[in-house]
Design a protein around this ligand. Structure first.
Ligand code: PLP
Length: 391
């Protein structure tokens, strides 16, 4: 028997990938599968971004770059944050990362260890808890409630902080709920955090462009009182339909920057050079493709919410951000994962059971509306027929 490190047996997964594999296997058998499962835009990366990567390759950008990314891209990230949120960010605190996930991995690794507590949203992105458990830190779920529009409650969050808390993970707009935490609540949360100067905050803002109904995204960098302990996670995956490029960025405070730079040197040396040039084109080029994608998500959001609310036993609050709906299915009498599995097997509609995102996810399904309106309507029709037949 190999003797391995026990922590590796504690690493979790993202069930969305397993469901994707099953859905693909069913499709390969000729089944008519409609995916509302995986969280990635169904659009192509805009052509001018692809062209920039091709040009970078033709121009000979084939070697390693600096571990923290090419200077022009770090500067472009700082300029973009300034343009959108009026925040001053030094390019020297920006690091180019191979996607959004590595920022959460590194942050949790830097701050988590046995005896420490790390707070994370439940329901929330499953990798947070997975990584916390890997480090041996105690995961402390922060309840994200439907009756609160799936926003963080400052009061409930602050009550859970203890002298052992090292890190609080915030995610707005959120996966899996589509919840957006309003500025008034973030103001209260940040004010409360002033009493806890040793608690770091990781703000996962990967869906920051996808906010609807006139809401404005609040970037946590806008709060000077927590700037020296704020880690910003963001990237190109969702905004520019670039999930497969593996390109993200972090803003690290203080000495965490150097920890992350050294970890990068140890892990991946640098991010793919041509992808970095593509990311530069994305930030400095026209943004109308982003606006078009967001407008399309908004249209589908309305279709999906309206359709879900007509299904027997299903109710869905209007998600204010990202591209997910998180309907309550408690009145159908089904357990969420069982319903997701049965829907896939019997109707070919791919959804994810809420419990894959935390304990409070029971009684909910996650639907990603990163699919055409036609397919969304077809899927809702199948779900409605199925639920009516099983009443
Ligand atoms: N953060 C959240 C909340 C996400 O939903 C995702 C992807 O689904 C990520 C981070 C990871 O993004 P990336 O693909 O850039 O690693």
């Amino acid at each position: 028997m190999l003797k391995t490190v026990a922590a590796f047996d504690r690493i979790g997964e993202e069930n969305a990938f397993a469901v994707l594999a099953r859905a693909n296997a069913l499709a390969a058998q000729g089944r008519d599968v409609i995916s509302l499962g995986i969280g990635q835009p169904d659009f192509r990366t805009p052509d001018f971004i692809v062209e920039a990567a091709i040009k970078a390759l033709r121009d000979g950008h084939h070697g390693y770059t600096a571990a923290n990314g090419i200077p022009a891209l770090r500067e472009a990230v700082a300029a973009d944050l300034h343009k959108r949120f009026k925040v001053e960010v030094s390019p020297d605190s920006v690091m180019i990362m191979p996607g959004g996930k590595p920022t959460m991995f590194m942050s949790i690794l830097m701050l988590g260890e046995p005896g420490a507590e790390i707070m994370y949203p439940d329901p929330g992105f499953p990798i947070y808890r997975s990584m916390i458990e890997f480090t041996g830190a105690t995961p402390v779920p922060v309840p994200i409630r439907e009756e609160n529009g799936f926003a963080f409650s400052a009061e409930e969050t602050l009550k859970l902080i203890t002298p052992k808390t090292r890190l609080l993970i915030i995610n707005s707009p959120a996966n899996p709920t589509g919840g957006v935490t309003p500025k008034s609540e973030i103001d209260k949360l940040v004010a409360g955090l002033e009493k806890w100067p040793d608690v770091a905050v990781m703000s996962d803002e990967i869906y920051d462009h996808m906010v609807y109904d006139g809401e404005k995204h609040v970037c946590l960098l806008s709060y000077p009182s927590i700037r020296d302990r704020l880690i910003l996670l963001n990237g190109w995956s969702k905004t520019y339909a670039m999930t497969g490029w593996r390109l993200g960025y972090a803003v690290w405070p203080g000495k965490l920057y150097d920890y992350a730079r050294k970890l990068s040197v140890n892990l991946h040396s640098c991010v793919n050079a041509s992808a970095q040039y593509a990311g530069l084109a994305a930030l400095t080029g026209p943004q109308d493709e982003v606006d078009k994608m967001v407008a399309e998500f908004d249209r589908r959001r309305k279709v999906v919410v309206e359709g879900l609310n007509k299904l027997p036993g299903v109710s869905c609050v209007v998600p204010k951000g990202a591209f997910y709906a998180f309907p309550n299915i408690k009145a159908t009498g089904w357990k969420a994962k069982e319903l997701a599995n049965t829907l896939l097997n019997e109707t070919g509609v791919v959804t994810i059971g809420g419990p894959d995102f935390g304990i409070l996810g029971e009684g909910y399904l996650r639907l990603s509306y990163a699919n055409s309106t036609e397919n969304i309507l077809k899927a809702l029709g199948r779900m409605g027929d199925f639920l009516a037949s099983r009443k």
